[in-house]
Write a protein that binds this ligand. Structure first.
Ligand code: ADP
Ligand code: MG
Length: 689
């Protein structure tokens, strides 16, 4: 029987169950999967650099032969091995070195020819390549691996590039006639895209780099497009469903707005308008509110809650930490005195919880604020009208979806302080509407951010001391509670002792971390807010949301241990008042990535910019995390680099679904089939509503 693209790869010659298993680990099960396993990079073997012509510090590829190879242990650390090979071509010779890969010595024998890919660095004896990638060539006469642009794949041990190349070529050749394009002709035409067969051929074995780029674009477009369709469809479906029509005009809201402690910024007003429009409309609101730390999202959410409240609806307000829940609870208490607010967090005892549950069910609570305790089954509302989720990135997609199910199609406001550019946000959170607060309340000055090595740490402390003497307050943040000798890392607990008895002995310090009882944490936060404490020594428990405008400086120890977005969140705890604030990053890290993060922090204060840098450093998969379904599965498209392509793919998805929501037209059948393979839930999605 002839194999099809959907046949398991065991149909291919030489692949038994054992091999198939290994392929499966790479996500390759069918022949189609194999064709969609794209090269990691290419090597232009039409043209190698001569060793003599190598330039320092640039990634280059050479073809050479080993003259001598060997292995030694580092004289500094016994456990550390160094494998070395001297290689030559017709022009010169060079030393290549690999660290801690002792098994390489078995391959690197004199006489072996190989292609080396790496960055030469200048050493005492001239240039040297450290840890170059290499491929042994025993196949110089093989057309797939020589004299052309050659694909290089990410492969596990035991798979040679040469084997893989041949396998792909063979599968392409024997199945190319079966490849049906999932992008309709007019979509390709409008967007200037190659057809699928051509693209697959040229992504693996490009004739030149120009066509490789076209193939790449086409495949990235396809990937984005398939990713957008379910999102767009979800949005369509949502708008068809009837939600609550909230009453946005009324005395309660007017009264609330009239008694606010400050004037809303233009940005806040605009967002409030967008929310009011959504809430008073037929469809249920699904709005993502993006705004940098300190931009004033809370008050916007409270206005939405006031809208729900004056129409007799309840609001559920979920936040990631207990400290934050309590802080918001207090704020509601002071700003919306007539509304009945409830607090539900895990640390309440059973009786207290039951009391809340009862009151909620009877409609005695207008606004319930709490942590993921809100998701528990016994939490039942009388008439839930609005769901607010603060710091959404701290929750999983599943968790976020649970809360609205406690009502009948309530309005949802989802807030995040990790803002990303609008084009990206629209496409990634494709089923949500998006609002952005892009200014800070007046009078704020950007936080001055500085970098110190551990040796210079005292300078940072001096600055803290000067601030404390003026009556301001400070945070000193550590990545861990207890010090770690293994990681050579200070911990909050010991440093609290040390700092209280040493540098800061004139001041009152508090210690706060996640292992303290909730009540103790609350007491400390309360004292800090009340200015009974001058400084807080802490872990990242205060990462999100803590609001004390009198705190003007923060020292982050071991700053390289934190992610960029996390550092930015931490920094957001200061600079909340009108006084100049400071953020001091202390680190001895040398790593490139760590330095890039610290550098970005020193350079940028704008959260959008920070998020963009973070995306660049970590790549979209890491950045969005496994929680953000879909994006991490992108194999080829990089939404940051190909933002325009992403945008166009969304526009096409909208156009397509407007005309053929069920994908029943002939030219869309191939697309439907592919979609169902990738998103089996698609069918269900079409059927609802
Ligand atoms: P975030 O967006 O990080 O959640 P918050 O809602 O906590 O920010 O607001 C940060 C601080 O700014 C709070 O102290 C809040 O009361 C204050 N604030 C919010 N909006 C304004 C405004 N329009 N004018 C002055 N201060 C404001
Ligand atoms: Mg907030």
């Amino acid at each position: 029987m002839k194999s099809t693209l959907q046949s398991p790869i065991q149909y291919l010659k030489g692949i038994g169950p054992k091999r198939a298993d290994k392929f499966s680990k790479l996500g390759i099960n069918s022949i189609e999967d194999l064709l969609y396993y794209f090269p990691r990079r290419y090597e232009d073997r039409t043209n190698f650099v001569l060793i003599k012509g190598l330039k320092e510090g640039q990634v280059q590829t050479i073809k050479a032969e080993i003259i001598a190879g060997g292995q030694r242990n580092s004289w500094r650390r016994r456990s550390f091995s160094i494998t070395e090979a001297f290689v030559k071509d017709d022009s010169a010779r060079i030393s290549c070195v690999w660290f801690n890969r002792p098994y390489l010595k078995n391959y690197l024998k004199p006489g072996v020819k190989l292609i080396l890919h790496g960055k030469p660095e200048l050493r005492q004896n001239g240039l040297q390549m450290n840890n170059p990638e290499f491929e042994i060539i025993s196949d110089e006469d093989e057309p797939l691996s020589a004299g052309r642009i050659v694909p290089v794949y990410s492969l596990p041990e035991g798979f040679s590039q040469r084997y893989f190349r041949r396998l792909i070529k063979q599968s392409l050749d024997s199945h190319v006639s079966q490849i049906i394009d999932c992008l309709a002709y007019d979509i390709r035409q409008r967007n200037n895209l190659l057809n699928l067969a051509q693209s697959l051929l040229n992504i693996h074995f490009p004739v030149d780099l120009k066509i490789q780029k076209q193939a790449y674009e086409r495949l990235a477009f396809e990937e984005f497009f398939l990713f957008q369709i379910p999102l767009v469809l979800r949005k369509f479906k949502r708008k068809e469903k009837k939600g609550i029509v909230h009453k946005v005009k009324g005395d309660l809201l007017d009264d609330f707005l009239a008694h606010m402690p400050f004037v809303l910024t233009k940005s806040q007003l605009k967002v409030v308008d967008e929310i009011k429009k959504d809430m008073s409309g037929q469809a249920a609101m699904q709005r993502l509110l993006q705004g940098d730390v300190g931009s004033g999202k809370t008050i916007v959410a409270l206005i939405a809650a006031a809208v729900a409240w004056q129409g007799g609806y309840q609001t559920a307000f979920m936040v990631p930490t207990e400290i934050l829940a309590r802080q918001h609870f207090e704020k509601i208490g002071s700003l919306m005195k007539e509304a009945k607010a409830g607090l539900l967090v895990s640390s309440l005892d059973k009786k207290e919880k039951q009391k809340i549950h009862r009151a909620l069910k009877e409609g005695q609570i207008d606004i319930l604020i709490g942590t993921h305790a809100l998701l528990e089954e016994d939490v039942q509302f009388k008439n839930l009208g609005l769901v607010v989720i603060d710091e959404q990135h701290k929750f999983g997609v599943g968790q976020r979806a649970l809360l609205p199910q406690k009502g009948i199609n309530p309005d949802c406001l989802i807030m995040t302080a990790t803002p990303i550019p609008r084009t990206l946000a629209i496409t990634i959170y494709g089923d949500l509407d998006i609002s952005i607060i892009d200014e800070l309340p007046p009078g704020r000055q950007p936080v001055k951010t500085m970098y110190f090595t551990k040796k210079q740490r005292l300078k940072a402390y001096e600055l803290v001391e000067a601030e404390l003497k003026q009556g301001s307050q400070a945070y000193i943040v550590y990545p861990v509670i207890e010090e770690s000798f293994a990681l050579d890392m200070d911990g909050a607990k010991e440093m609290y002792q040390q700092l209280s008895a040493g540098v800061f002995k004139e001041f009152k310090l508090g210690l706060i971390h996640g292992r303290l009882k909730q009540q103790e944490q609350d007491e400390i936060m309360f004292k800090f807010k009340n200015k009974e404490l001058d400084a807080l020594v802490s872990t990242t428990v205060l990462e999100v949301g803590i609001d004390n405008p009198n705190a003007t400086c923060m020292v982050v120890e071991e700053a390289h241990r934190f992610g960029l977005s996390q550092l930015h969140q931490l920094r957001g705890r200061v600079g909340r008042g009108e006084k100049q604030s400071f953020c001091m990053l202390v680190s001895d890290a040398q790593g490139q990535e760590a330095m890039a993060r610290i550098q970005a922090m020193v350079q940028y204060s704008d959260g959008f910019k920070i998020a963009e840098e973070d995306l660049k450093i970590r790549g979209p998969g890491e950045f969005f995390g496994s929680r953000q379904h879909g994006l991490t599965e992108l194999k080829i498209g990089n939404p940051l680099v190909q933002m325009q392509l992403l945008k166009r793919s969304r526009e096409e998805a909208i156009k397509l679904l407007e005309h053929d929501e069920r994908l029943e037209q002939r030219q869309n059948l191939a697309l439907k089939e592919k979609l169902l393979q990738r998103f089996p839930e698609y069918e269900k999605l079409v059927m609802v509503g």
